[in-house]
Design a protein around this ligand. Structure first.
Ligand SMILES: CC(C)(COP(=O)(O)OP(=O)(O)OC[C@H]1O[C@@H](n2cnc3c(N)ncnc32)[C@H](O)[C@@H]1OP(=O)(O)O)[C@@H](O)C(=O)NCCC(=O)NCCS
Length: 220
């Protein structure tokens, strides 16, 4: 099922939500080989759900439903020319895929179940003191966590630079949006000039966090 995207991304991408496991198409042999290495049935199912969401998104944009591989650090390997991101959680998966006409060079999405509470230990390892002062509720912490994961998923495939939670510092969290300062050196000598701005919202009992980066290194 296609879902509504935040306004600034409506003309740029499609978002597909998949929960139904019955009737999903079999994995491509290349994907089957990846899935065989997963220990749990649940992981295999979510991998398949995410591939189903990806194929639906490709078809919605007029692409053939091609396989999505997996790189050495877990990153999805999209068919040539496609810019996209996947997330899955508790029996659901989403795929966000840029339109052919879009100037997006990177997308990152994450999902967290509404009501999940991050432990004190998790909060201390993900957020510094200044960031923690912005987190007024458990939900704020969850949104900010999802936001960091989405930022990573957007930037890692572009840069090949693995960075930790200190690599993007939360500086603002408000209804629908978050802002961060990118600390990680993902492009040596060429950091985007404005703070990173991303989107978050609640739907389907999940928190969604989404970022999109265009070719002029503007966050949209
Ligand atoms: C890699 C990571 C972001 C995946 O997030 P997750 O919450 O565990 O899992 P999700 O269900 O949300 O997403 C899984 C999907 O993310 C994608 N993904 C995995 N590794 C990725 C990477 N290195 N780059 C981009 N996307 C990646 C994959 O498509 C994966 O689905 P698949 O295995 O079925 O293809 C997370 O496990 C991680 O290692 N985070 C540490 C790095 C980080 O977040 N730094 C913070 C920067 S501020």
């Amino acid at each position: 099922m296609q879902m509504q995207l935040p306004e600034s991304l409506v003309e740029e991408a499609v978002l597909v939500w998949q929960v139904e496991t019955t009737g999903i198409r079999p994995l491509h042999p290349q994907e089957q080989a990846i899935a065989r290495n997963f220990g749990s049935q649940k992981r295999q199912e979510e991998f398949a759900l995410a591939r189903q969401a990806a194929r639906q998104a490709m078809e919605a944009l007029g692409y053939p439903p091609l396989p999505v591989g997996k790189g050495p650090r877990g990153e999805p390997l999209w068919p040539l020319g496609q810019v996209a991101s996947l997330a899955h959680n508790q029996g659901a998966a989403v795929c966000v895929l840029a339109k052919r006409t879009s100037s997006l060079i990177g997308l990152g999405i994450d999902l967290e179940p509404v009501g999940r509470t991050l432990s004190g230990g998790a909060i201390s390892s993900v957020f510094n003191q200044a960031e923690r002062s912005l987190l007024k509720t458990d939900q704020d912490a969850l949104v900010a966590f999802a936001a960091k994961e989405a930022v990573f998923k957007c930037l890692y495939p572009l840069s090949g630079v693995w960075f930790g939670f200190a690599g993007a510092e939360l500086i603002n969290l408000e209804k629908g949006h978050f802002q961060m300062n990118l600390k990680a050196e993902v492009w040596p000598g060429k950091l985007p000039s404005q703070p990173l701005r991303g989107h978050w919202w609640q739907a389907q009992q999940r928190i969604f966090a989404l970022v999109g980066l265009d070719q002029s290194l503007k966050w949209i």
